[in-house]
Design a protein around this ligand. Structure first.
Ligand SMILES: C[S@@+](CC[C@H](N)C(=O)[O-])C[C@H]1O[C@@H](n2cnc3c(N)ncnc32)[C@H](O)[C@@H]1O
Length: 389
């Protein structure tokens, strides 16, 4: 068994839920500072990083040192490890967990030089991924001090998020409409994975292959969720009340399929989510993943009561309508808006009880997600649909 460290991005709660949904066989232990650990007999880090939206880096533990190791001995061990990897290591070293003497890259380089070898190092924030993604020869090391056991674990990077690829899907797709509040692709991927992972739990017999689940986004906008679902090999339905968004999402999916050579089916149509036209759906929907209309992005306080009344009506109408196209035990991952003023919090969390009566059962506490400076924040909710007889 090997021990791994996994570093999540800014949305730790959502990233953790995504990991647990897709890899339930690897229970996570929280080490603080966005860092978690798990053990595994096989190294799945490359697969994990390309599957999950919420992971920045994965490290494998390569050595464990006892509490009483001296600073000098530790530095020698790190240098010996680097020189085992390369005659002229190109490296960076960072530390996490309190109670360690700070060891600098320069200090390590100096000792390598004393050994008669050359070395170069690069400065890297632990949370940065761009620098390393295309530098195969770069060695990134991390030491973690375990408070309870006093042990010090040395770990080497095994996988890093391909930030250029995420940026490409965010920035290079042909249709964008930033006024509408497009989801970041990583958040969309996490939402898709959460729905897919929980759906598999109940559909183990038929779900050895992910493409057997059909995903629908009834408020697809520019199609961010549809694109990330297609990246996971899912067939998708999408719809929107805005004809431009329908054409735009179709263009974006064609671009994606060509760019990534994907062979998935998609159907995107013009439709009101609260009055679904059932004739468009030839198959039942297993995963409904969506970021619906969240109201105006910068509402005035005086308008909020009315806005939320309208939103509640639209959400309820939509959920009522979804029941006719969902398969039994379908998973729903959906964004509910929230706005805080000095006086009160406006949200749609009150809907959760009403939805239960319609067969939608909330599975985990809503996960908050907010972009920096945004007035309207989001609560990401996970429901399982149980068809009522
Ligand atoms: C917040 S945007 C979705 C953005 C999308 N997640 C993206 O990343 O591009 C909400 C979308 O819902 C659509 N919409 C609003 N009311 C609708 C309704 N009743 N039925 C279907 N779509 C609706 C809007 O046209 C808009 O494209």
């Amino acid at each position: 068994m090997s021990k791994f460290f996994i570093l999540f991005g800014n949305t730790v709660a959502l990233s953790k839920l995504e990991f647990e949904a897709i890899y339930p066989q690897f229970p996570l232990t929280d080490l603080g500072d966005h860092l978690f650990t798990f053990t595994s007999a096989v190294d799945l880090s490359k697969e994990m990083i390309s599957t999950l939206g919420g992971v920045v880096k994965i490290f494998k533990v390569v050595a464990e040192f006892e509490q009483n190791i001296t600073d000098q001995k530790l530095i020698e061990e790190i240098v010996a490890f680097l020189l085992k990897q390369s005659d002229e290591p190109y490296f960076t070293f960072s530390q996490i967990g309190k109670g360690q003497r700070s060891i600098s890259n320069a200090e390590l380089k100096a000792l390598i030089k004393e050994n008669g070898k050359k070395a170069r190092y690069f400065a890297s924030q632990l949370s940065e991924s761009a620098l390393l993604s295309h530098q195969d020869k770069a060695i990134e090391l991390l030491s973690y001090h375990h408070q309870e056991t006093g042990k010090l674990l040395l770990a080497q990077i095994t996988a890093v998020q391909d930030i250029d690829d995420w940026t490409k899907r965010d920035r290079q797709k042909p249709y964008a409409d930033r006024k509408k509040g497009m989801l970041p692709p990583k958040v969309a991927r996490m939402m898709v994975n959460i729905a897919l992972g929980f759906w598999r739990e109940n559909n183990l017999n038929k779900a050895t292959n992910t493409d057997q689940a059909l995903l629908y986004d009834p408020f697809c906008g520019t199609g961010t969720i549809l694109l990330e679902a297609a990246m996971r090999g899912l067939n998708v339905y999408g719809s929107d009340l805005d004809q431009e968004a329908v054409f735009g999402s179709r263009d974006n999916l064609s671009w994606l399929k060509q760019e990534y050579k994907l062979n998935v089916k998609d159907q995107i149509f013009y439709m009101d989510a609260s009055h679904l036209d059932l004739s468009q759906f030839t198959n039942q929907v297993d995963l409904l993943v969506s970021e619906p209309f969240l109201g105006r992005q910068t509402p005035d306080d005086s308008e909020l009561a009315n806005i939320f009344k309208g939103l509640e009506k639209m959400y309820l109408g939509s959920f009522k309508s979804f029941a006719s196209i969902l398969s039994n035990k379908a998973m729903i991952v959906i964004v509910l808006p929230q706005v805080s003023t000095a006086k009160r919090i406006y949200s749609l969390l009150g809907l959760i009880d009403k939805l239960k009566a319609k067969g939608y059962n909330l599975l985990v506490d809503p996960v908050p997600y907010a972009r920096e400076g945004a007035r309207v924040t989001r609560q990401i909710c996970l429901f399982r649909f149980n068809r009522q007889t």
